[in-house]
Design a protein around this ligand. Sequence first.
Ligand SMILES: Nc1ncnc2c1ncn2[C@@H]1O[C@H](COP(=O)(O)OP(=O)(O)OP(=O)(O)O)[C@@H](O)[C@H]1O
Ligand SMILES: [Mg+2]
Length: 440
Amino acid sequence: MMADSILVAEDERSSAEYLKILLDEKGFEVRLAANGVEALLALEAGSFDLVITDLRMPSMDGFELLTHLGQRWPNLPAIVLTANEDVADIIEAVRLGAVNYLLKPAAPGSVESAVERALLTRQRSVATDSTVPELIGSSKAMVDVRHRVLMAARSDVHVLVTGGTGTGKELVSRAIHTHSGLSKGPFVAHNCALSPSDLFESEFFGHRRGSFTGADRDRRGLLREAHEGVLFLDELETLDLGFQAKLLRVIDDGEVRPVGAERAERVNVRFVAATNRASQVMIDEGSLREDLYYRLCGIEIKLPALADRREDIPMLIAHFDPSDAGGFTPEAIEALCRAPLPGNVRQLRNLVQGARAAAGDAAVGLRHLPSDQIEGGRSELAQGAGSEGVPRGISLREIERRAITQALEDCDGNRTQAARLLDIDRSTLRRKIAEYEIGS
Ligand SMILES: Nc1ncnc2c1ncn2[C@@H]1O[C@H](COP(=O)(O)OP(=O)(O)OP(=O)(O)O)[C@@H](O)[C@H]1O
Ligand SMILES: [Mg+2]
């Protein structure tokens, strides 16, 4: 088989030579160009499998080169090199069609990973006509989200998805995988809140049988399971700080060494991380390493609260109640459109499905909707004890029990999410669930 050939456009001599030596050694054919114009001439004359281009170059810069590539060689993948962590530059490059970026000076492992993935996704060819039908909504905010999802799917950069509880972070993350060139590879989902910090190593890197007490068989570990696919890291904000540093190293080196193994193995993984905190807040308070953030947010997709795109609610109701049964009365639809919905799309889905179950084959009317959830400001729970609307004679304990039951229902039983919705910590929630014997 002929070696893949790579065109490197880079004006800085030392950086160009470094890449050439590195890629030569890996068996690629490498051709150097000192600026965009030279690169274009080389492209006209020869045939290449991949372009790596610097962004800041004299005579024709990387952005302009990307524009030409998009017009003339739309199937030729390009990776950009950038000296600073300027997110705006990276986003612009991805918008112009770059599949990935490397921060200079790029570690050998990260160059190798990016090059391998770019060539791999190209061979698997992306369905460019896809429209992300699984994401419902025609509001401007949702159109933007779909656009970003496609942009992320077409590229190869790691992605950070942020948004409140139930806004669709997991759905969006899966959609990125489905519509990407890695769709035939695995999608491995992991909730960071669920792993105790002393198990991180073996959970992510795997272990060899007998490497510690209790390791009675080999474990592949998440990173090796996700090889040539996507690793979805849910609730990133709960990832231990020390472990964030280790993860960063894996992203840079593309290598993992299972606990108890002698040698490291190469893995090629695309990361999609989700969090319901704002990334800047996490960085400021020190719960997210800034360098990890920069690696993960090649594209950041911010999901809007459902309350900020209420025009999508009727469409979502139809989506969650596709039955031939009697549909929803205008009053019921209007009530749902006005409801506060702090649990976002998931809460709406539960309300719609609950109302359908209550109404049977008849049309869903107001009486099938729980008034405490759709009446917004007048909700008995939202206002707490003592306000109007709280049933007379109800005990504080009963209000609390109902609030917890409701929150758990809105969060599909996910305790971390429910605790957040209730603004209490997980251990308090766990204690109260036991105390009130909820769900038992
Ligand atoms: N735009 C959308 N169109 C259709 N269904 C959606 C949309 N957004 C979310 N959903 C649905 O809402 C539910 C919750 O979505 P998802 O689990 O992706 O939310 P999340 O942001 O990951 O929530 P959490 O923060 O609680 O983990 C799922 O059933 C999902 O399919
Ligand atoms: Mg989720």
